[in-house]
Design a protein around this ligand. Structure first.
Ligand code: NAD
Length: 509
């Protein structure tokens, strides 16, 4: 723990021994009778904290704190300029505290610390700045076609939202959910992943230190099957936004149906990364490595199915494997680490089981394929490349969510579109080509919510993000968030004493 103790001292991060829920601006007290889940640093497997699990009574408390704050109106009806000010100062504070937040993220999620400082923590700050700008530009609608009347359409915050975050990028993803939700005046109950509760808690405390009223954001903690399921079933939730796996989404949707609660789902992917014979091969190799090995492969937008055209397949594969073998797998606290561990031991075992099954199914192992101690004693899986000749294999259909990629050769452009779309997912797609007609055809033919042509992972926050098919329901994005997290109201006003039917004046009655 020496390196860790040193880093804690450098960043000033206080690592609590017990992490508890957070309601109405206060940590819940420790409860001897409650379940406490051990939390481990994925880089070494050492226990670093415990998480107190919340049950239905704490969930009811969190919903009631959120509801009381919503009804009080000091956030839900606050002037836009006040909400903007809180968001902007929170964005500044997140950037100022990026070392401590990045360390919290690294310790629980095992994400390489170098990526955190430059990408994920700044992204959380950007989300608050972005929504501060957006709410300053929102306008209602007015209709005046009906003579004598004016119809005005306004939006009103929906109420209390349940927000579920996954463990693979807790800060970046929960900040997007929270900013999209509370920007419009809503309150919320956040359910972080049971593996990564700390960074979200720290971010909420930063927001409150910047003026967010207590009770606007409340946190409940615990396993998905317990706390997560109880939150989805609880009354008093007006919206549910969920980022995670499809099976969990199905369960949440079934619970939400009992209350007719609208849901927004950002789910998994099995995205194609197509390399054509005319591609700039060096860029295609660079980009394909980034697309699969970022966050150690634990990203929903992973380009986990490489489809490469036959003429360049050997050259591409040779370079791709050489670079994969050369990736620096290591302790995520080490700034030179390119691929860190899996976030928890059971997930490492799941990833290894996918690889074993693929090999048993006939996939050819080109490199990796096993747990490795190259990075230390934590939950490491060697970056793995498998050659396949059928897209029907489970390894090409199921999301692995780890540093595992398949390479399949194709002949015609039609084959590429067919293979790319032969998936129950449709989150993103990647294409490497120098030909305009191919790039345009890729854009038209591939069924996915985001398409990247000759580039990797760049994202404009103004654009929608979300998936076709089993990759989700709805989209992240400013207009999309306004649609989901607000109710529209049409108000009709008579501009003059317009004629009214006179009922109840009949002499026969
Ligand atoms: P998960 O579905 O296991 O968990 C997500 C959240 O739901 C966690 O907070 C968890 O505790 C909770 N949960 C689990 N079971 C539950 C239940 N029965 N009822 C209610 N809540 C429950 O997902 P994960 O393993 O944390 O995350 C990985 C998945 O998330 C992958 O499929 C990945 O593709 C997806 N993901 C999607 C996006 C996107 O934007 N589309 C982004 C990141 C991750």
């Amino acid at each position: 723990m020496t390196a860790l103790t040193e880093r804690l001292a450098q960043t000033g991060l206080q690592l609590p021994e017990l992490i508890t829920g957070y309601q109405d601006g206060a940590d819940l007290p420790a409860d001897e009778g409650a379940t406490a889940l051990p939390l481990y640093y994925p880089g070494t497997g050492e226990q670093i904290a415990r998480l107190q699990e919340d049950d239905a009574s704490q969930i009811a408390g969190a919903i009631s704190a959120a509801t009381a704050r919503f009804r009080a109106g000091d956030w839900s009806r606050a002037p836009v300029s006040e909400r903007q000010q809180v968001f902007r100062s929170a964005a500044r504070a997140i950037r100022e505290q990026s070392e401590a937040l990045g360390l919290a993220e690294c310790l629980f999620a095992g994400l390489p610390s170098a990526h955190l400082a430059t990408r994920q923590v700044p992204r959380a700050a950007d989300n608050f700045d972005f929504f501060a700008d957006y709410i300053g530009q929102m306008a209602g609608e007015t209709f005046e076609q009906l003579p004598g009347y004016r119809t005005v359409v306004t939006r009103q915050a929906a109420g209390v939202a349940g927000l579920y975050a996954p463990w693979n990028a807790p800060l970046a993803l929960s900040s997007m959910q929270i900013a999209s939700c509370i920007a419009f005046g809503n309150s919320c109950v956040v359910k972080p992943s049971e593996y990564t509760p700390l960074s979200v808690l720290l971010m909420v405390k930063i927001l409150e230190s910047c003026g967010l009223p207590s009770g606007v954001i409340n946190i409940v903690n615990g396993r998905g099957s317990e706390t997560g399921a109880a939150l989805a079933a609880a009354p008093g939730i007006d919206r549910i936004a969920f980022t995670g796996g499809g099976d969990t989404a199905r369960r949440i949707m079934a619970s939400a149906a009992q209350h007719l609660t609208p849901v927004h789902f950002e789910l998994g992917g099995k995205s194609a990364n197509i390399v054509f014979d005319d591609a700039d091969l060096e860029r295609a190799v660079d980009g394909s490595l980034v697309n699969i090995f970022s966050n150690s492969g634990q990203i929903c937008i992973a380009g986990s199915r490489i489809l490469v055209q036959r003429q360049v397949a050997d050259a591409f594969t040779e370079q791709f494997i050489a670079r994969t073998r050369n990736l620096v797998v290591g302790d995520p606290l080490n700034p030179g680490t390119e691929v860190g561990p899996m976030a928890f031991a059971a997930h490492r075992d799941r990833v290894l089981a996918h690889i074993d099954r693929a090999i048993a199914d006939g996939a050819q192992l080109l490199c990796g394929g096993e747990a490795t101690t190259q990075g230390g004693s934590g939950y490491f899986v060697a970056p793995t490349v498998l050659a396949v000749d059928s897209n029907d294999l489970p390894i090409c259909q199921d999301e692995v969510f780890g540093p595992v990629v398949t390479i399949q050769t194709f002949d015609s452009d039609e084959d590429a579109w067919r293979l790319a779309n032969a998936s129950r997912y449709g989150l993103v797609g990647y294409c490497w080509t120098e030909r305009l007609d191919r790039a345009l055809a890729f854009q038209q033919r591939v069924d996915a919510g985001t398409l990247w042509i000759n580039t990797s992972l760049a994202r404009d926050l103004r654009a929608p993000f979300g998936g076709f098919k089993e990759s989700g329901i709805g989209r992240d994005g400013p207009r999309q968030a306004a649609d989901f997290f607000t109710e529209e109201k049409a108000t009709i006003t008579a501009l003059e004493k317009t004629p009214l039917r006179k009922l109840g004046l009949s002499e026969n009655s």
